[in-house]
Design a binder for this molecule. Structure first.
Ligand SMILES: C[S@@+](CC[C@H](N)C(=O)[O-])C[C@H]1O[C@@H](n2cnc3c(N)ncnc32)[C@H](O)[C@@H]1O
Length: 291
């Protein structure tokens, strides 16, 4: 393919200022820094662990595929692709419902309905209104257990404006529910893949308990690298999980470079400490690049 095919890999390079969903591990604040290390030219951008979509929306690729293994979240993004304003309606209905009584009681009703039947509409509102934006699931049965947060969820009008901004940036993207292996295997020569997997240790209880193996991710990255795909991987570097430092066995020569991205203090830890923040819990993500 001629290099012209890479022309205009992004729809815009304007920074993205507003967040749509709250999600554990949301990379919105570090998106510009992470993206500054991406190649300037690529064909299709793939994000197999897209979560709240902070990176794909900040990048605004001309061709993009966002995927997540957590079904209600992936359904939410699919709905966004098909009719983004239906998310405004979902949000408005639940926001208004919470105005009609004591917010905590109303919130608990929405949470109970979600737990009975996990669905994207309730997940959207819970993500915006739960404590610390930490949508947390019980390991045994996937029960979403986070209580209501002390903040006021944003007004539906502001949420609708955010949806419009995000839609413009993601107008050329497709969204799928898929395991990371399927998504990465789609990428071909000239494509770019950004991976932000669950933190190897501490995030196993989150995200609805999908299976995730770092070794399988390394295998997948190795295969796609051989096909000519460029891969960027965020990994938790200096973070302590519980009492021990995370140690990861990264295969030698899989990556060419390693950079450090300062991610500030750990949100998850803050949540576990009931809002007390710990200065020592500084998280620095490693960014590993195959090029
Ligand atoms: C650290 S979060 C990604 C956060 C994202 N960068 C953001 O800014 O919101 C990891 C994501 O991986 C997803 N995930 C976990 N296991 C997965 C799997 N096996 N395949 C695909 N996605 C998976 C989770 O549902 C979660 O949304």
């Amino acid at each position: 393919m001629s290099s012209n095919n890479f022309y205009g890999s992004r729809l815009t390079t304007e920074p993205l200022k507003v967040q749509l969903l709250k999600w554990v591990g949301n990379k919105q604040r570090f998106a510009a820094e992470i993206i500054s290390h991406f190649p300037k030219k690529f064909h299709t951008f793939y994000e197999p662990f897209m979560g709240s979509g902070a990176i794909i929306a900040s990048l605004a690729p001309r061709h993009g595929v966002g995927a997540d293994g957590f079904q209600p979240l992936a359904q939410l993004w699919k709905q966004f692709e098909n009719n983004h304003l239906s998310l405004a309606k979902w949000y408005q209905e639940r926001w208004s419902f919470c105005q009609k009584g004591e917010a905590k009681t109303q919130y608990e009703q929405i949470k109970a309905r979600y737990n009975k039947n996990p669905n994207p509409a309730d997940l959207l509102f819970l993500s915006r209104s739960c404590y610390g934006g930490v949508v947390r699931f019980r390991k045994t049965d996937g029960y979403m257990s986070t209580p209501i947060g002390p903040h006021k969820p944003i007004h539906p009008d502001s949420f609708t404006k955010r949806l419009d901004v995000w839609k413009q940036r993601l107008s050329s993207c497709k969204f799928v529910h898929a395991d990371f292996r399927e998504t990465i295997d789609l990428a071909d020569r000239g494509d770019l893949v950004y991976c932000d997997p669950p933190y190897a240790d501490s995030q196993k209880i989150l995200y609805g308990a999908q299976t995730f193996s770092l070794d399988e991710l390394f295998d997948c990255i190795n295969r796609s690298k051989k096909r000519g795909v460029k891969i960027v991987l965020s990994l938790d570097g200096s973070k302590k999980s519980g009492k021990h430092q995370c140690r990861l066995n990264i295969p030698k020569s899989l990556f060419k470079r390693q950079l450090s991205i300062n991610c500030g203090r750990s949100m998850l830890k803050r949540f576990q400490m009931h809002g007390l923040s710990l200065e020592k819990e500084v998280v620095a993500d490693r960014l590993l690049l195959t090029y």
